[in-house]
Structures are given as C-alpha cells and as structure tokens.
Design a protein around this ligand. Structure first.
Ligand SMILES: Cc1cc2nc3c(=O)[nH]c(=O)nc-3n(C[C@H](O)[C@H](O)[C@H](O)COP(=O)(O)O)c2cc1C
Length: 408
C-alpha cells in the first residue's frame, strides 16, 4: 500500500521524505511541486523564517529521465536556516547547559514531548514537532496530485475565515454562513479570487478586514487561526469501503488532516449542519441520466448519476459517491505568542514562568490550506491505488478504464 515517512528537524540540514509503493511511469513535474512549496511559504502574516527559506525539491531516488521507476521515491528539502544553527544543531557536540530550554510553551508539543521522551532540552521536541515538517507533506502531496491528474482528478483549497472575519455575506462569525453555505472552489470566479488573494480567501471584500485583524494581532503580540476548505473533483465512485472501520475514506481523511499541526477539527461536507436540520433537508437525493458537472463515471461526462445538493461532501458509507469531496478544517491560533500572555512552569525548577518568545508566524492559515490540500491528496491517492493499483501507470489506467466502463 502507498505509504510515506518524513524525517528532519526545523533547523537541521533539511527534510527527508520517502514515498513507498508509488507506481512506475508517472511523469514528474518538478515546477508543479515547487509551486506548491512556494504557496506553503506564502500568505499574509507569516514570520521571518519564510524570508530565509526558498523551498525546492531535490529528488534522491525513484525518478529517472523524468519518470518514476517504481522504486521508493525519496527527496530532500534543504533548510537554508541551518547555516545559522550549525552549532546548536551539531550532531556530536555536547549541548551547553545554558542553551537548554526548560520552559514549555502551552499549545505546543513541548510539555508532553519532553516528559514522554525524558529530554532535558525542549529543543529536541520542538525541532521535530514544528510545522516545518509540512514542507515534506506538501511536496509528497504534489506528487500524489501529479499521479491523479492522469485521471482528471483535481484538488484545490481556500481560506474561509481568519479569526472571526469571514463568510460570504461579509459579516463576522456567523454560524449560518460558515456552516450552512456550500462553496464550489472550482467555480472560475472563485478560483480567480483565491489566486489573487494574499490570504487565499474566495471573497475579496473579506481580505482587507482579515489583513487588518492580522496587523492588530501583530501589534498586540498575539496570533489568530481560521477556517480552511479543501476540495477534490472528478473522483470515481467507490474509493474507500464500508466493509471495515479502517477502510473508510472519511475516517482516513480525518486522520490525514487532523495530524496536521494546529488543525483542530475536520468536517466532511456540511457535517456540522447535519446535527441541526431534518433528514429530508440534509440528505442528497439521487438522480440519473442528466448531464452534470462532477459525478459518476469519473470524469463528469454526459450521462450518469448525479445530485442537486452535496451535504454529504462526496462521501457516503465511507466511500466516494462521485461528487466533489469537500472538507473543512479549523486551525487554532499559532501557539507561540510575541508577548508573555501565557503562564507556564519551568520543568527543571517548578517555578512559575511566562511562555518564552520565539520568532513565529502570526497567522499561517493560508499556508495550512495548502497542507490540508496535500494531506487530502494522500488519502485519495491511497484509496485510488488500493482500488486500481498496479505497478505502472499504464496498468492502473487499464484497471481504471475497465471499472469505469462497467458502471452503467
Ligand atoms: C503551516 C503552519 C505553520 C505554523 N507556524 C507556526 C509558527 O510559526 N509558530 C508556532 O508556534 N506554531 C506554528 N504552527 C503550529 C504548531 O506547529 C502547532 O500548533 C504545534 O506543533 C502543536 O501541535 P497541535 O497544535 O497540532 O497540537 C504552524 C502550523 C502550520 C500548519
């Protein structure tokens, strides 16, 4: 089965990723991967670190002559900032006592991580728990997207709100507009807006107010989170399965997305709304025969099954139903604050302290939207290969076409 592992520290030499069980014959577009990496670094509200790094993928194995070979695909992403940390990150030099960190920042892995591993320097935890790791996930996600593009499967993502600023109607937080309004991120106007927005927001009137909120947070030494949406279209019916708990597509997606640093909720389709409306209002009736945009037969071709609503978010019974898969995620405010608001305790002395300040983002929701899209690509690619898997792209294409032909 498709799997991947990442390694590397935030201020170490770089990040290493291995993707295993990836098929041969997939044409790799390095620019596409680097564009996704650049998007992960962008967005209004990022910290100084992003000015130091210009992430680029360097393949180590599994690709030759521009095509994957079927061997494990591995790659490296360099940390340019390592030059400033050489001494402190040295593999063999003993760590001087005075540089060790004993004061855990609330909201980080610092507290539980250092106790769990018996470490007397929190740096050993924060270096790995840092969201720098998401560069690996984004590059890997781009590789999954490249494979799936061969089947017209497309991914996108956007930021629905920053803090309380958001919603289609331009109002501040409002349950109805956040959780009851559907959005089609593939709509041409919406795509244009997202691409023109420094915050990847689909409605331009929100952008200036969201930026003003980020500026305010900067002045106050505080941070802010937001709501992300990611979508994937042109999926065949039947990825994932109802037959076993760990084969469910929605469950797998929840794991992929929830494991992203600072993501605190995963909602499939209009999941929150489902708790508040009647069955007759919520469930997506099934129709057949009309030409529809994104349903059945994998490619939105004329004819087939379709729905007029998509509250289910493209997943029923743990399987893709042919509709657009839509997921929303809440990202919490960045836990490193530039002013000493948060109380904590020195783990060495037991003394009450204020959480220490480290160079940090004020808002990283636009960057996280790219990570969410990439993590979604892993779950989709995992089940796509499970269903149509073969050792080469040609073999997968034969399996895929045979299945699609078999659907009425
Ligand atoms: C793209 C991205 C960038 C982030 N940047 C920062 C940052 O600059 N400073 C920080 O304290 N946390 C940042 N975080 C969040 C922390 O990494 C995260 O909250 C922490 O590791 C604890 O994990 P948890 O929130 O999942 O419990 C970022 C998260 C993402 C997804």
């Amino acid at each position: 089965m498709l799997r991947f592992l990442t390694a590397g520290e935030s201020h170490g030499k770089g990040l290493v990723t291995i993707i295993d069980n990836f098929p041969a014959g997939v044409k790799i577009d390095g620019d596409f991967i680097d564009e996704k990496l650049a998007l992960r670094q962008s967005g209004y509200g990022r910290g100084a670190r992003q000015k130091i790094e210009t992430d680029k993928i360097e393949f180590l194995s599994g690709v030759r002559g521009g095509l994957t070979t079927g061997s494990p695909v591995s790659f490296f992403i360099k940390n340019k900032d390592y030059e400033n940390w050489r001494d402190r990150m040295d593999v063999f030099k003993p760590v001087p006592e005075e540089t060790k960190i004993h004061i855990p920042r609330p909201g980080h892995a610092d507290f539980a991580g250092s106790i769990k591993f018996g470490l007397d320097d929190i740096r050993d935890v924060l270096e790995r728990s840092s969201a720098r790791e998401t560069a690996s996930r984004v590059a890997a996600g781009a590789i999954y997207q490249i494979l799936l593009k061969n089947f017209s499967i497309e991914f996108t993502s956007a930021v629905l709100s920053i803090g309380g600023v958001g919603s289609k109607k331009g109002s501040d937080f409002n349950f109805d507009t956040f959780f009851f309004d559907a959005i089609d991120l593939f709509d041409d106007e919406i795509v244009k807006n997202i691409n023109n927005s420094e915050l990847r927001m689909p409605y331009p009137d929100l952008e200036s107010r969201a930026k003003a909120l980020i500026d305010k947070m900067k002045t106050e030494g505080d941070t802010v989170g937001g709501l992300i949406v990611a979508q994937v279209k042109n999926l065949p019916i039947g990825l994932g399965s109802f037959t076993q708990w760990d084969e469910k597509l929605d469950g797998h997606i929840a794991m992929s997305l929830m494991s992203i640093q600072a993501i605190k909720s995963v909602e499939i389709g209009s999941g929150v709304k489902s708790a508040f409306v009647k069955g007759s209002e919520y469930h997506d009736s099934i129709y057949y025969g009309k030409k529809g945009p994104d349903f059945a037969k994998g490619k939105g071709e004329a004819g087939g099954f379709y729905r007029k609503t998509d509250n289910a978010g493209g997943i029923e019974g743990g399987m893709s139903n042919g509709g657009i898969i839509s997921v929303r995620c809440a990202m919490k405010p960045i836990p490193t604050l530039m002013k000493p608001y948060l109380d904590t305790v020195d783990l060495k002395t037991g003394e009450a302290k204020k959480a220490f300040l480290e160079r940090s983002d004020i808002c990283a929701v636009p960057a996280a939207s790219i990570v969410v899209e990439s993590a979604l690509a892993f779950s989709i690619c995992y089940f796509f290969l499970k269903k149509f898997g073969g050792d080469s792209l040609d073999e997968i294409k034969r399996n895929y076409e045979g299945y699609i032909k078999g659907i009425k």
